[in-house]
Design a binder for this molecule. Structure first.
Ligand code: SF4
Ligand code: SF4
Length: 310
């Protein structure tokens, strides 16, 4: 059962806090080392021998194998490191910040890092958001009188990126024009619709050069938000981006402009960024600043706190 504890003016979910204080990545690093230096044929056989608690500088992991079983599919990507690299077709290309291709071990380790962080932070964010009684992620700027920072006052809209399939979740106008698909929401030149900036024409879904997004202009709320309860009406089916506020994994950044063609297939490219991003607007980020910084550092990443999603 979840125990909750009141900290200043918001409630911190203790399951979320526990996960934040016990990141999986330090144990993943140990498994990487054991797997590569030991006689293990696969990850399952290694986890079968991981029966003792593991103590690190910052936490004790009573059941390390139990934690890692949540990430088994991703961890099994490490098995490729024991195969001839010539026999493996790359599923992605990992580049360093100078856009040089990283060697297989570093690239695989970074890929595993980003996948595990993404899954773990989705759980952490979901736990922490629930009891905050906050709707900031689901409303346009200044739509509820609660957004009051100077940065937000200058904002004209809030953008929620969507996949193409997720656009069907919303009963909103779809704008996909010759002009929209060659620009993006934050471009210097503002897309005009009906002779006005696009963000002055009401909530809508746009197809941009960099993908789809829902635009919530000033004063508007997501059509699925039940404002009186602060609840999402489509919570189990909500878009991916709604599942992953406001601590973001940024170990890798997807960079479509560097995708490469290999044997006729387009292989997606990612650049090593080595960071975890957290947005100050969020009450649990403000409350848990030290814990988030320690989480990032324990994962070998730099914590970056941003003023606003923009
Ligand atoms: S879909 Fe749900 S979680 Fe996402 S913005 Fe709308 S109300 Fe919020
Ligand atoms: S700002 Fe934070 S607490 Fe508020 S809705 Fe978004 S994730 Fe939840």
């Amino acid at each position: 059962m979840t125990t909750k504890e009141k900290i200043t003016n918001i409630t911190i979910n203790q399951d979320g806090l526990q996960l934040l204080q016990h990141p999986a990545l330090p144990v993943v690093r140990i498994v990487e080392f054991l797997f590569l230096s030991g006689p293990f044929e696969d990850i399952e056989s290694l986890l079968g021998e991981l029966v003792e608690p593991i103590e690190t500088n910052t936490a004790t992991y009573e059941d390390p194998a139990g934690i890692l079983k949540n990430y088994l599919t991703t961890l099994k990507e490490l098995e490729s490191l024991k195969k001839e690299s010539d026999s493996i077709s790359p599923k992605q290309i990992i580049l360093d910040e100078n856009l040089n291709k990283l060697e297989q071990f570093t690239a695989t380790s970074l890929w595993v890092t980003q996948q595990i962080l993404t899954m773990e932070l989705e759980r952490i964010n979901s736990f922490l958001c629930g009891p905050c009684n906050c709707i900031l992620c689901c409303v346009g700027p200044d739509s509820d009188g609660e957004k009051s920072s100077g940065a937000e006052k200058q904002q004209h809209f809030f953008e929620i990126p969507l996949t193409e399939a997720e656009t069907d979740l919303f009963d909103l106008p779809i704008i996909s024009t010759e002009e929209s698909i060659v620009t993006h929401a934050n471009a210097d030149f503002t897309l005009q619709c009906d002779g006005k900036p696009f963000y002055e024409t009401g909530s809508a879904i746009y197809k941009w050069q960099n993908g789809w997004s829902m635009i919530l202009p000033r004063g508007e709320v997501c059509s699925h938000l039940e404002k009186s309860k602060g609840a999402c009406r489509i919570y189990p089916e909500r878009p991916t981006v709604c599942r992953r506020p406001q601590i973001f994994p940024y170990a890798l950044e997807k960079t479509p402009e560097h995708d490469r063609k290999i044997d006729g297939n387009s292989i997606p490219a990612y650049v090593n960024r080595g960071k975890i991003l957290a947005v100050w607007d969020c009450p649990y980020v403000r409350e848990l600043k030290d814990e988030i910084a320690l989480y990032a550092e324990t994962c070998g990443l730099e914590p970056v706190f941003m003023e606003n999603k923009g």
